[in-house]
Design a protein around this ligand. Structure first.
Ligand code: FES
Ligand SMILES: [Fe+2]
Length: 346
C-alpha cells in the first residue's frame, strides 16, 4: 500500500479530459432495468442492446446488425433469439447468427459482436473493450448490505465523465452546492488521500460540527455531530462513499450509509450516472428516506452540465489552479491517465 501525502507528487497535469478507457468493466444497468424487452444503451461509445433470455440470463450485443447496420434494438425477441427488424437475421446471446432469409447457408461474417457481461448484487457490468482482456475478478466487489434499506436510480448527465469523477472525489463542493448535506466544515476540513493499486481512498473526518438538514431529518440528530466521509474509488468509474454520522463524542456505530455511483461514459461528452444509496434502517413503506439523495444528484447534474457547456463554448489551454482539496481528484485523474496510457500500449 502506498501512502500519498505530498500534493507535488500527485499533480496530474491532465485537465478534465474526455478520454474514455475501453478496457474496463463498467456498470451498464441496474438488474431491474433489463428484461425480455430490447434495451438500447451506449456504453463507452459502443452502441449495445441489452436483454434477458428466457432463463433470466442477461446478454449484451452490439446494437448494429451486420447485414445493413440496422439497430438490433429496433427488432424483437423471438424466444431467446434477437430478430433484426429490417430483414430478419436472427442471433443468439453469443451473437451467433443462426438464420438469414432466403438461404440455408449463414455467412460466418453474419455474427454480431457480443460483450462480456457479469451480473452481481443487482448490477449488470459489461466490458466494452478487448474481450480477451476481460477479467471478471477486476469488477469492483461491493455488495449491498442486504438488510439495509436501499434504492437505486439512473440520472443521464450531459457532461463528460471526468467532471462527475472530479465532483465526487472533492466533496468540499457540498458546502456550496448542496444545502441539504453541506456545512462550512466540509470545505474547511483537510482530506487524507491514499492509493491502493487501482483503488483510491479519500477520507475526511469532522468532529463537533454542524448537523446539516438532511441528516437531522433522517437520523434525528442535532448539532454538534461527528461526521466522516470515506470515499473508495475504483478507476475508471465506480465509487462508494461510506458515511457515518453520530452525536458528537458518541463512540458507538452511529448512523451509517453507503452511497454508490457507477460513472459510465456514454460518449465523450455524456455520462450515465448510476446512483444508489443504502442506509442502516429497516424498510418502512410509510417513509421516503432517499428524496434528499435525488435532490443532491439533480444539484450536481445542473452544475456539471453548466460546466460542460462552458468548457465546450470557451476552450482554452490555461492550466487549472489546484489546491489541497483537489488531491483526491488529481490522483483519480492520474489513475485514469495511467489506464489510458496502458490501453494505448496494449
Ligand atoms: S439490416 Fe438486419 S437483417 Fe438486414
Ligand atoms: Fe455533489
Amino acid at each position: 500500500m502506498q501512502s500519498i501525502e505530498r500534493p507535488a507528487d500527485i499533480i496530474a497535469k491532465t485537465a478534465s479530459n474526455d478520454g474514455i478507457v475501453k478496457n474496463a468493466w463498467y456498470l451498464a444497468a441496474w438488474s431491474d432495468e433489463v428484461s425480455q424487452e430490447l434495451l438500447p444503451r451506449r456504453i463507452a461509445e459502443e452502441p449495445m442492446v441489452f436483454y434477458r433470455s428466457s432463463d433470466g440470463t442477461a446478454a449484451a450485443l452490439l446494437d448494429r446488425c451486420p447485414h445493413r447496420k440496422y439497430p438490433l434494438s429496433a427488432g424483437k425477441l423471438d424466444g431467446d433469439l434477437v430478430q433484426c427488424g429490417y430483414h430478419g437475421f436472427r442471433f443468439d446471446t453469443d451473437g451467433t447468427c443462426l438464420s438469414v432469409p432466403g438461404q440455408v447457408k449463414v455467412p460466418l461474417s453474419a455474427n454480431v459482436r457480443s460483450f462480456p457481461l457479469v451480473e452481481q448484487f443487482g448490477q449488470i457490468w459489461v466490458y466494452p473493450g478487448d474481450a480477451a482482456l476481460a477479467d471478471p475478478a477486476k469488477i469492483p466487489h461491493v455488495p449491498w448490505t442486504s438488510e439495509w434499506w436501499s434504492t437505486t436510480g439512473l440520472s443521464p448527465l450531459n457532461a463528460r465523465a471526468s467532471l462527475l469523477i472530479d465532483n465526487l472525489l472533492d466533496l468540499s463542493h457540498e458546502t456550496f452546492i448542496h444545502p441539504g448535506i453541506g456545512s462550512p466544515e466540509v470545505a474547511e476540513t483537510p482530506i487524507e488521500v491514499e492509493r491502493d493499486g487501482d483503488v483510491l481512498w479519500v477520507r475526511r473526518k469532522m468532529y463537533g460540527v454542524a448537523c446539516p438538514p438532511n441528516y437531522a431529518k433522517s437520523s434525528g440528530l442535532t448539532s454538534p455531530i461527528d461526521r466522516s466521509q470515506e470515499i473508495q474509488f475504483f478507476a475508471p468509474g465506480f465509487y462508494v462513499l461510506h458515511v457515518r454520522v453520530a452525536a458528537a463524542g458518541d463512540t458507538g456505530p452511529g448512523h451509517l450509509s453507503k452511497v454508490v455511483y457507477g460513472i459510465t461514459p456514454e460518449t465523450k461528452h455524456t455520462t450515465h450516472n448510476f446512483y444508489g444509496i443504502c442506509r442502516d434502517l429497516p424498510r418502512d413503506p410509510h417513509k421516503r428516506p432517499f428524496s434528499g439523495q435525488r435532490i443532491t444528484v439533480q444539484e450536481d447534474k445542473e452544475a456539471l452540465e453548466r460546466l460542460e457547456r462552458a468548457l465546450v463554448a470557451d476552450p482554452d489551454n490555461v492550466p487549472e489552479v489546484s489546491i489541497g482539496i483537489d488531491r483526491g481528484g488529481l490522483l483519480g485523474r492520474r489513475m485514469i491517465a495511467d489506464l489510458l496510457r496502458k490501453e494505448a500500449q496494449d
